[in-house]
Ligand binder design. Sequence first.
Ligand code: FES
Ligand SMILES: [Fe+2]
Length: 382
Amino acid sequence: MHDLSGHAPGPPPSFEQAKNRRQKARSAGLDPNHWYAVEQSKRIHKGDKVEVKFLGRSMAVFRGDDGRLRAIENRCAHRNLKLTEGKVVGCELVCPYHGWSYDGEGRATITHDLFGHKSPNIRIASVPVRERYGLVFLFPGDPELATTRDIPMIPELEGPKPWPHVIVQFECPGHHSMLLENVSDFTHGFLHRKYQPFYGTEVLRCEDMGDRIEVEYKSKIAAGRFQNMFINRSESDCDHMLACYDYPYHWSNTDNRIKHFLFTLPQDDNHNRHMFIFYVRPDTIRLPLIGARLPHWLVDRMMKAQRFITLEPLLGQDVWVIEREQAGWEKFWDRPAPELSPVVRAFQDLTIRKWESYLASRNAAAGEASCGNVIAAKELVR
Ligand code: FES
Ligand SMILES: [Fe+2]
């Protein structure tokens, strides 16, 4: 029963309580058994440590003196302090309270008096970590599966001369499904009418292929006045885009010239970090009026500059609108959920079925799981 405010009676439903597609999509998590981009490599220097959350689970990522990254559970086994409150010494992360020191495998070394005990075998969980394309990736799920799944291949960014590219990272206060729907749904061009990143959109194909949804659009990309001046449309008009929700990633390819990858990190129920990599074939950018090609290094600089000129302001509009969508969702989640876009519906269905399948596998494994992830000498934990 609604009161005079018209607000729903209580908070949005859990995944188990959800009654329709939108309610399920808004309460689903993302399967932790994939590699998730959590930060840019250049932001974690030697001796730095950062807290990373995945669906509420806190992890400590730190870079040792040797330059290598490590990631462990962000909880001291002794009194449960966050290890990111401590500091990196050598290649270990040291808790600020009694100085227990953790290596990259989560093994603790105790340097204070042991009161006659032999050095106990204490270990917290470690988290697989890798770096690629200037990003730090964690595998927050079952570590044994980390070697069976790979970080997506982006051949254009490999090798000594990668395509000119730029990384745009931002925090978004809304459920992760909202941004994924946003990038799939070109009808929201209205929001971006000042920048016109896409114009005149038509969905040519939307195909459910199991763990991925492929969508073909006819849409003029980078149609804004400023960007349009620099786009070389002599070979192709950059108006045919293949976009894909390649669970849990999103990417697009416009005429093999303008591409992007989107990595989403669901930090908790309604707070997410997103990392876009935009990259272009070098001959896609030209000198306005003259039409001359530009050197690779200059195109790369121009891409980096685009971050400030168009990409961050543009994506800032999406963050702004999603924060408001989240606020509306929390008040009116029980209202009917009209959705015209077949792409949005397909994206929601994939998110829902992957989360259902993750929950089913987790429940099946629960019976066999060993308890906890601290291996401690028994006499110390009685
Ligand atoms: S609480 Fe971390 S060492 Fe004691
Ligand atoms: Fe947008």
